[in-house]
Design a protein around this ligand. Structure first.
Ligand SMILES: *[C@@H]1O[C@H](CO)[C@@H](O)[C@H](O)[C@H]1NC(C)=O
Ligand SMILES: *[C@@H]1O[C@H](CO)[C@@H](O)[C@H](O)[C@H]1NC(C)=O
Ligand SMILES: *[C@@H]1O[C@H](CO)[C@@H](O)[C@H](O)[C@H]1NC(C)=O
Ligand SMILES: *[C@@H]1O[C@H](CO)[C@@H](O)[C@H](O)[C@H]1NC(C)=O
Ligand SMILES: *[C@@H]1O[C@H](CO)[C@@H](O)[C@H](O)[C@H]1NC(C)=O
Ligand SMILES: *[C@@H]1O[C@H](CO)[C@@H](O)[C@H](O)[C@H]1NC(C)=O
Length: 933
């Protein structure tokens, strides 16, 4: 009885849901059906238009290539982000979008900050395998849009790399075009690439959702008013239906005689173009027959004596197709006898691109199953990142060979040997059972799974299989050889050697003359080859162990006699360092202990996080006071930060190991209840950025000698990092907001969240993610993905230019040639016009020779090639010289002019420290919020 009731209740609910669907109707597009992907966003969010943006971390889980700092560019406040894909040429990365087969969609990618990557390249964008646009990295913001009818329940949006580039993307939007079937009506199997969507308006503005229910973006174009034309704006009262918002129709361009819409720069090969015109009679006194004109498209008369107000409606939509190359010329000519000239409110131009046939969908489904099965047991394998989009187009996935059969592309070979031939890298070998879906690849003729760690039974094959060659050797398979495999009709070769646990018995049905099986033992050639490899590997690792041991002993001898290490390693705090890696690095790290705080203590110290002093990608920074009265900055990882944990551990590890008077020290941390908190001394003078051009700069100008000593301090801090423990630590985010100033204006480098040990011989550099902040990013590092200390040098060069000029590294609110500090400054330095780049606030208050030295160092730091840049030790030497010159000059000036003010007092107090002064200073009193972003 109960069950039955439940059943009817369910049916009733179902009914209501169906009714709701019918009521809401297919034409009412709601933002609920929008898919909006914010690339690299730390969390999902709702924007001001009430559209839900989802992060793409579910599709690209690692944050390698996330340029989160890019947000600083837009007003230092926006949250625009870009994901960059580092990959070889011809490779691509695809976003998966859920679509309903047969539905029409608008798909739009936004590509921001191209010029900030420091080099120019192009990459192409495709829907499925149909290219719909090219992104040129010399443009600041590129939008690529296409309209398509989904052919599957999944649609791929792909970035395909050209030569020497790294494709990037910021946003991806998918909008169902309910009720706008007109676009694909005549081209159901094409993709329409948007060329222009223009409405005439008196001011520059964009119309999109919610005014346009499908979130088409209408841009205004008020500039090209030819002679005899004018813009007329009115209230819109349409007698009839419009597929565009009334806001789009409010203004019309009206010509006295003829109206020309010209689009140049189209593809030089012939394509079909689809053009839509939106025409509304804006002059209410105009009667039917009083505004009549002829319409020509590329000199072809498309419509003669067209009447805007004819047929009882004052609104018309027109669609034309034309085959064109190079340009489109739409001309509306006033017809003889018409009282008024032609008019146009808005238009759209779409290029018709044939839909490129994809790979046989059943093969696509199967290979995705294979991928998913492999992924379960091998989640770390890097190859999966490239296994997205169409498996055969434009280039096949790693390990896959395709061929065209029956008008489709099909998968004919699958080679996953040694984890897809990734050299000797043992971590890439595949484990777990052989994916059983492999047997469902209908067109497969060669299968190679050798030299992996596959376990379990050999799957059963289908008799319809076309397999000719199967290699399962050198795995750890078990069980018996399936009859289905032995009796495959086309099978010629079968390798099963080096699978010690596979039953030796060959099943009946085996036709000896047909196969070359080396079942039971490895073939002679193979086994000797294997042995050599194993032997070499084994002796290699022994050698490594010995070297490591020697280094460790030397290291212990060097540090132990001072009793420094011994005392600390038994410190009770050491066991609190839960970030364990039994490596040498860690032993070094644990040698300096830091305090652990309880959450309760932190809450008390910050008065329950009362004073917020900064916010970053990591979380928030609060001000607090410890029991002993010391003021601290408390950095709390936010719950929504997806990138924080690793940075937290990284910063904790590095900071607890390193002490230097020009590096921010860590006082302690708290790691309780999933809270990750770092505690630093508070820095009363904020960051160099604040002092140069932030709020603080307005209150008090930083004089030149102080700037110079700050530069020197920061350079010394970086030198310490670069030479730390005989191994170089690269900061990776050197910038003026990460150089903090204590009460005596002494510089301290902060924010080690991104720091890394420099790659050593044999480390795989390519796996390092590119990090840094736009404006400071080393172009060579960005392009080659190769990390070195010289990347910090580049960023430090930018900081030096900031110090000299008092300008931010990037400011898109300045005139275009001045956006990039580096480019702007270089152009003046080339002409030796240094005065032009010096901060007007310090004009006349510096020694020219000292200034020249600093500018010269700065310019050598920002050399495009890392090899031409100096190292930090050389930079420190140059800056010391500059400071000595400046101080001598100032002292001289002071003696002759006897300044009443304390203009140079800060500098005068300062000793000229020797380069070797890297002793940790006893107590560092104050500290600023690390990197308020
Ligand atoms: C940038 O800053 C200016 C002035 O502070 C402000 O008017 C503008 O709205 C800001 N823009 C963004 C995108 O935050
Ligand atoms: C960049 O971020 C700002 C602030 O969040 C936002 O107003 C702007 O629309 C974004 N720009 C783009 C192109 O997404
Ligand atoms: C990128 O494409 C544009 C045309 O779209 C072309 O002018 C430019 O030379 C290309 N740049 C590179 C680096 O290939
Ligand atoms: C259209 O845009 C205007 C101005 O931005 C706004 O006031 C109005 O609410 C919008 N209308 C709709 C239907 O969204
Ligand atoms: C509207 O049309 C009438 C009659 O054709 C004309 O006299 C008048 O100038 C037009 N108004 C505008 C603003 O063009
Ligand atoms: C555009 O087409 C019109 C009418 O066919 C013609 O008179 C005009 O010269 C064309 N303009 C250009 C720039 O091709």
């Amino acid at each position: 009885m109960m069950k039955e009731l439940d059943y009817w209740v369910l049916r009733l609910i179902e009914f209501f849901i169906i009714c709701l669907f019918i009521l809401s109707g297919p034409t009412s597009a709601d933002e609920g059906s929008f898919v909006s992907i914010a690339c690299c966003a730390e969390s999902d969010y709702k924007d001001s238009r009430n559209i839900n943006w989802i992060s793409d971390f579910n599709q690209f889980p690692n944050n390698r290539g996330c340029h989160t700092s890019v947000k600083a560019v837009v007003n230092n406040s926006g949250y625009n982000r870009t994901r960059v894909f580092y990959q070889g040429s011809g490779q691509r990365r695809c976003y998966k979008l859920s679509t309903t087969k047969g539905e029409d969609y608008l798909i739009r990618g936004t590509f921001l900050f191209g010029p900030l990557w420091g080099s120019h390249f192009n990459f192409s964008v495709s829907v499925g395998v149909t290219p719909i646009g090219v992104v040129d990295s010399s443009e600041d913001s590129v939008v690529v849009e296409g309209i398509l009818r989904a052919t599957e329940d999944l649609t791929y949006f792909c970035l395909v790399n050209g030569k020497g580039g790294a494709p990037y993307i910021s946003e991806l939007e998918l909008r169902p075009l309910h009720g706008l079937k007109k676009y694909l009506q005549d081209f159901p199997s094409s993709v329409l690439k948007l060329v222009a969507r223009v409405k005439y308006a008196t001011s520059k503005e964009e119309i999109r959702y919610p005014n346009d229910t499908s979130d088409r973006i209408w841009t205004s174009n008020s500039s090209d008013l030819g002679s005899g034309t004018s813009l007329i704006t009115t209230n819109v009262f349409i007698s009839g239906n419009a597929s565009v918002s009334v806001r789009v129709l409010q203004t019309a361009l009206v010509a006295s005689d003829q109206l020309v819409i010209l689009h140049n720069g189209l593809s030089t090969t012939s394509y079909q173009y689809l053009m839509f015109l939106y025409l509304y009679e804006v002059n209410q006194t105009v009667q039917p027959g009083q505004r009549v004109f002829d319409i020509y498209l590329n000199n072809e008369l498309k419509q003669s004596r067209f009447d805007v107000s004819g047929n009882g409606s004052n609104y018309k939509e027109l669609a034309f197709t034309v085959t064109a190359n190079g340009f489109l010329n739409l001309t509306l000519v006033k017809a003889p006898g018409s009282e008024n000239g032609p008019l146009c409110n808005a238009y759209e131009i779409l290029q018709v691109l044939p839909w490129v046939q994809e790979t046989n969908q059943s093969d696509v489904k199967v290979i995705l199953e294979v991928k998913n099965e492999l992924l379960k047991n091998n989640p770390q394998n890097e190859v999966w990142e490239g296994w997205s989009g169409d498996p055969c187009l434009p280039v096949p996935w790693d390990g896959i060979t395709c061929a065209a059969i029956d008008g489709y592309l099909v998968i004919t070979k699958l080679d996953l040997s040694s984890g897809i031939s990734r050299g000797s890298d043992q971590s890439s070998i595949l484990k777990g059972p052989v994916p059983s879906s492999i047997t469902k690849l209908t067109y497969l003729i060669a299968l190679n799974l050798s030299h992996n760690g596959f376990t379990g039974d050999i799957p059963a094959f289908l008799p319809s299989s076309l397999l000719i060659s199967v290699d399962l050797s050198s795995n750890d398979l078990s069980g018996s050889i399936p009859v289905s495999l032995i009796s495959l009709p086309h099978l010629e070769t079968l390798y099963l050697g080096c699978n010690p646990h596979v039953a030796k018995k060959i099943p009946s049905g085996f036709n000896g003359s047909k196969f070359t099986t080396d079942h039971g033992s490895c073939s002679v050639l193979e086994s000797s080859k294997r042995r050599i490899i194993i032997g070499a590997a084994a002796s290699g690792s022994v050698l490594l162990t010995i070297i490591a041991g020697i280094i460790f002993c030397i290291w212990r001898q060097k540090f132990l006699p001072q009793g420094k290490f011994d005392a600390k390693i038994h410190h009770p705090m050491a066991k609190n360092l839960i970030f364990s890696l039994p490596s040498m690095d860690d032993l070094v790290l644990k040698s300096i202990s830091i305090e652990t705080f309880t959450l309760e203590y932190i809450e008390a110290a910050t008065q329950r996080y009362k004073t917020l002093i900064g916010e970053g990608g990591f979380g928030s920074v609060y001000r607090g006071t410890l029991i002993d009265g010391q003021e601290v900055a408390v950095k709390v990882r936010s719950a929504t930060s997806t990138q924080g944990t690793r940075e937290f551990e990284n910063e904790l590890n590095l900071l607890s190991a390193i002490r230097h008077e020009n590096l921010v020290p860590l006082l302690g941390y708290c790691c309780e209840n999933d809270q990750e908190i770092l505690v630093y001394p508070f820095m009363s003078n904020g960051s160099l950025q604040d002092r140069l051009y932030g709020e603080a700069a307005k209150r008090k100008i930083l004089d030149w000698p102080t700037r110079l000593s700050i530069a020197l301090g920061a350079a010394r801090g970086l030198t310490h990092l670069h030479t730390f423990a005989g191994r170089c630590i690269i900061h990776r985010d050197v910038k003026s907001s990460n150089i903090l100033l204590d009460h005596s204006m002494s510089a301290k480098v902060a924010d080690f969240g991104f720091s890394k040990y420099a790659p050593q011989e044999g480390d795989s550099c390519a796996s390092l993610e590119v990090r840094g902040t736009a404006g400071y990013l080393d172009p060579e590092y960005y392009m080659t993905h190769h990390l070195s200390a010289k990347s910090d040098v580049f960023s430090f060069g930018v900081v030096l230019l900031e110090i000299v000029s008092g300008r931010e590294p990037l400011n898109i609110h300045r005139p275009r040639p001045e956006w990039s500090l580096v480019e702007w400054a270089k152009s003046y330095v080339r002409e030796s016009k240094i005065d032009e780049i010096v901060d007007p606030n310090i004009k006349g208050a510096y020694h020219a020779e000292a200034m020249w030295r600093v500018v010269e160092v700065a310019v050598s730091c920002i050399e495009p090639f890392a090899a031409s840049r100096p190292n930090m030790v050389e930079i420190v030497r140059e800056l010391e010289d500059a400071l000595i010159i400046e101080n001598n000059a100032s002292e001289y000036m002071r003696s002759i002019e006897s300044f009443g003010s304390n203009r140079f007092s800060v500098v005068m107090e300062r000793r000229i420290p020797s380069p070797s002064s890297s002793e940790p200073s006893p107590i560092l009193s104050q500290m600023a919020p690390p990197e308020p972003r």
